[in-house]
Ligand binder design. Structure first.
Ligand code: 8IG
Length: 273
């Protein structure tokens, strides 16, 4: 089944505006100041952020619906933070490897911007290239390398990506935990993990983290004028860095083991933004 945003005749920004209007209507929250996308291992963080005032099945919002996988869409939560601000927590990520096109991938980010969010927090589970990150390190994304051969930007839209991952927000994160490392995130298309040779390439060109999301979303967030914080949970060392094969169950287990710790960390960081 084709995704709504695969129809080239529609305007993705207009659909994002409609989605934001639906969220405001259903949640009763007129404006969200901050938005978070929670990737593998990060889902529990929502509970610690504050008081959930609304939870909407993502499939009920335009552009988020994927008829082929009803019930698999996750939710959009509005959370009132202690400081009185509202956070939009996006539990439904569309990955580039799902082949619904890049418009579908960045719809949640564009919708977040239309709900009023000025800060976009992008989290993910990812593979680590640095051996010292074994065992579930959380790492701040300092920059990215986009190996998807795609862009969410359309037309001759030459958006600057200098300081894409905000220095200010990274400094706030390090105020909460001064031991946080930083690294360059390399987005591959997936859904297969890399070969060890591809991981060596990523390392050679300056990468520290390998993943299948975030970079395209960050570009769209910058286009929409948002300040970006990116964080990876290293659920596995990348292929060839660890001696054993990668497995999805390893990733899930590492995520579960880290969940409480990284949720608390993220909630503390968001409280300071
Ligand atoms: I979790 O090792 C997770 N996501 N590309 N490589 C890529 N994506 C990932 C990995 C990984 N681990």
């Amino acid at each position: 089944m084709r995704h709504l945003l695969e129809d080239e005749n529609i305007d993705p920004f207009q659909i994002a505006q409609q989605a934001a209007d639906q969220i405001a209507d259903k949640s009763g929250v007129d404006e969200h100041q901050i938005a978070l996308t929670l990737g593998s291992g990060w889902a529990k963080a929502a509970d610690l952020l504050g008081e959930t005032v609304s939870e909407i099945p993502a499939a009920d919002i335009i552009g988020f619906s994927k008829p082929a996988v009803i019930g698999h869409g996750g939710t959009l939560r509005s959370i009132k933070l202690q400081n009185g601000k509202f956070a939009l927590v996006i539990g439904a990520r569309t990955h580039f490897y799902e082949n619904h096109g890049v418009r579908a991938v960045v719809h949640s980010v564009r919708t977040a911007a239309k709900t009023g969010a000025k800060v976009m927090v992008l989290t993910n589970g990812a593979g680590g290239i640095r051996p010292e990150w074994a065992g579930g390190a959380s790492v701040l994304i300092s920059d990215h390398i986009n190996l998807t051969a795609s862009s969410p930007l359309e037309g001759a839209n030459f958006v600057d990506l200098t300081d894409l991952y905000s220095k200010r927000l990274r400094a706030i994160a390090r105020e909460v935990d001064s031991s946080l490392d930083e690294g360059v995130y390399v987005q591959f298309r997936g859904p297969h993990y890399e070969t060890p040779a591809e991981v060596q390439m990523a390392k050679t060109i300056g990468g520290d983290i390998v993943g299948m999301s975030t970079a395209l979303e960050a570009i769209a967030a910058r286009e929409s004028g948002m300040e970006i914080l990116g964080m990876s949970l290293i659920t596995n060392l990348a292929a060839g860095i660890q001696s054993t094969p990668l497995s999805h169950s390893e990733v899930i287990e590492a995520g579960q083991a880290a969940e409480a710790r990284i949720s608390k960390l993220l909630a503390e960081i968001v409280g300071k933004i």
